[in-house]
Design a protein around this ligand. Structure first.
Ligand code: GLN
Length: 470
C-alpha cells in the first residue's frame, strides 16, 4: 500500500516516477470508501474529481518544484475554515456554514500543492477528549471499534492510522492532538503557542489553542511543520521567530541531552501498562545517549482546575458569536457538554466570582509557567504519559462528565504555559491497544523534541504498526 510510506518516501517515489499523486489520491479514496463507514472519521469528503484534478496538476509540476508536500494528500480537522467547503466544527450550530475564506494553515498547504481530501470529525468546538461529543456520531477507534479514537482530533488520527490520508492538521487546546495520536498509534505535535497561525481556526480557548501536524511518523511532522509554521499578518499572536529547517535538524546528535521524568506524573491513577511502557521508552532513550533524571513538578494536581476554569471562560466568550443570527443555527443546538462549559465559564467570569475563580486561575497559570521553566532549566525535555488509561469504551466518558475532564490530567497543563509537546507511540497493552508518550520542551524547542522523537523512531517500530480492520 502506497499510503504506508512516510512523506519523505512518498516524495522520493513521486520524483522517481514510481507512482503519481493521482495514484495516491485514488488509493486514499479506495480506503475511505471501505474504512470510513466503520470508523466515522470524516464529516465532509471532498469530491474525488476535485482532488484528482489537483493531483493531476501536482503531477505536472513535480519535476521542477521543491515544495515539501506537493501532491501529498491530507485532511483537516473540521475546526478549520475552508473556503466554499462546509465547516461544522462537528456541531449542528454550524450544520450549513460555508466559510467565505480559508484558514492560513489550509492556504499554506494548498499553496504547497498538498491535496485536501476532507474535513474531519471531532468533539464539537474541541470540547472533549474522545470524539464522542459530536453531532455526527462518535469516531471509532480503528484498533477496537467498540472503543473511542480519542479527541478532540479523533477523526484525523483515525484516518491516518487506517491510511485514508497521508497526514492531517489537528488542533490542540489541552491535548486534542496528543490524546487521539496516542490512542490511534499515530504521531502528533502540539506546537509552541504562536508557532503556527490560528487565523481561520474556530476558536475554543484563544490563549491555549494551537494548530499542529499529525502524521505517521515524527519525520512526517517535521515536513508538515516546516510548511505551516511562521508569522502571519492575520494573527497578531503568531510569532516572528524564524522557522528553522526542522527536517535537517532531525539527525543532529541527541547524546548528552537530559530528559526529566516528573515523578508526580507517574503516581496512582496511571494505568500500569502505560507506566511500564514509558519507563521502557526512557530506557531506549538512555541507550541513545540521553540522560534520564527524576524531577519534581509539585503543582501537577492543579493542572485540571486551572485549565477547566480558563478554558471554559474563554469558550463562553468565543461561543457568544454563535447567536443564531450571523452563523448557522440557534444556541439551543449546542450539546450538553458545550452548554456546561459555557455556563461554567460565564459563572467564573461574572462579577463577584471573577476574583475567586478566573483571577485565581490566571495567577495559578503564572505559577505553572514558572514550574515548567524551572523543570526545563534542569533538562532539555520532559517525558510523560499522554493518557491515564487505554482508549475507553464508547459511552463510558460521556456518561461521567467529571471523569471525562479528569482524563485530560496529563495534557492540560502545557497549553496554559504555551510549551510544545510531541506525542509518539511507545507500546501496546496486552489487549493490543496503543500507548503513547509525550515529550515536552521549552518554548520554540520543536526542533529538539522532533530530533528526540525521530531518533527514538529509528530504533523502535511501535509507530510502524497499524490496525487491520475486519
Ligand atoms: N479534552 C480537552 C477539553 O475537552 C482538550 C480539548 C482540546 O485540546 N481541544 O478541553
Amino acid at each position: 500500500m502506497l499510503l504506508d510510506k512516510t512523506i519523505s518516501e512518498l516524495k522520493i517515489g513521486l520524483l522517481k516516477g514510481e507512482f503519481t499523486s493521482v495514484d495516491l489520491v485514488n488509493e486514499c479514496y479506495r480506503n475511505i470508501k471501505t474504512i470510513n463507514p466503520k470508523v466515522n472519521a470524516f464529516i465532509t469528503i471532498v469530491d474525488q474529481e476535485i482532488a484528482l484534478k489537483k493531483a493531476k496538476e501536482a503531477d505536472k509540476k513535480l519535476k521542477n518544484a521543491n515544495s515539501l508536500l506537493l501532491g501529498i494528500p491530507f485532511v483537516l480537522k473540521d475546526a478549520y475554515l475552508s473556503k466554499d467547503l462546509l465547516t461544522t466544527c462537528a456541531s449542528d450550530v454550524l450544520e450549513d456554514f460555508i466559510p467565505p475564506y480559508s484558514a492560513t494553515v489550509y492556504k499554506k498547504l494548498e499553496d504547497a500543492g498538498a491535496i485536501l481530501l476532507g474535513k474531519m470529525n471531532m468533539d464539537a468546538w474541541g470540547h472533549g477528549g474522545s470524539s464522542e461529543n459530536t453531532d455526527f456520531g462518535p469516531v471509532k477507534n480503528p484498533w477496537n471499534l467498540e472503543r473511542v479514537a480519542g479527541g478532540s482530533s479523533g477523526g484525523p488520527a483515525a484516518a491516518i492510522a487506517t491510511r485514508m490520508t497521508s497526514f492531517a492538521i489537528g488542533e490542540d487546546t489541552g491535548g486534542s492532538i496528543r490524546n487521539p495520536s496516542a490512542w490511534c498509534n499515530t504521531t502528533g505535535l502540539k506546537v509552541t503557542y504562536g508557532r503556527v497561525s490560528r487565523y481561520g481556526c474556530i476558536a475554543y480557548a484563544s490563549s491555549f489553542d494551537s494548530v499542529g501536524p499529525m502524521g505517521k511518523t515524527v519525520q512526517d511532522c517535521a515536513y508538515i511543520l516546516e510548511t505551516i509554521a511562521g508569522r502571519d499578518p492575520y494573527d497578531a499572536t503568531s510569532s516572528p521567530q524564524p522557522v528553522p529547517s526542522y527536517i535537517q535538524k532531525l539527525s543532529e546528535s541527541v547524546k548528552g541531552l537530559t530528559i526529566g521524568l516528573p515523578k508526580e506524573f507517574f503516581r496512582e491513577g496511571l494505568n500500569e501498562e502505560i507506566r511500564n511502557s514509558i519507563f521502557f521508552m526512557a530506557k531506549e532513550l538512555k541507550k541513545l545517549g540521553i540522560k534520564i533524571k527524576e524531577i519534581s513538578m509539585p503543582l501537577f494536581d492543579y493542572g485540571i482546575p486551572v485549565y477547566y476554569l480558563i478554558g471554559p471562560s474563554e469558550t463562553s466568550s468565543n461561543l457568544a458569536r454563535y447567536d443564531g443570527i450571523r452563523f448557522g443555527q440557534g444556541r439551543e443546538n449546542f450539546s450538553e457538554e458545550t452548554m456546561r462549559r459555557i455556563m461554567i465559564g460565564t459563572y467564573a467570569l461574572s462579577a463577584g466570582y471573577y476574583d475567586a475563580y478566573y483571577r485565581k486561575a490566571q495567577q495559578a497559570r503564572t505559577l505553572f509557567v514558572r514550574e515548567y521553566q524551572k523543570a526545563l532549566a534542569e533538562c532539555e525535555a520532559l517525558l510523560m504519559p499522554v493518557n491515564p488509561t487505554p482508549p475507553t469504551k464508547i459511552g463510558e466518558l460521556m456518561s461521567d462528565p467529571l471523569q471525562n475532564l479528569l482524563a485530560d490530567v496529563y495534557t492540560t497543563s502545557q497549553n496554559p504555559v504555551g510549551v510544545p509537546s510531541l506525542a509518539v507511540p511507545c507500546g501496546f497493552t496486552k489487549d493490543n491497544l496503543p500507548i503513547g508518550a509525550q515529550i515536552v520542551g521549552n518554548m520554540f524547542s520543536e526542533d529538539i523534541l522532533l530530533r528526540i522523537g525521530f531518533q527514538y523512531q529509528q530504533v523502535t517500530d511501535w509507530h510502524k504498526k497499524y490496525p487491520i480492520l475486519k
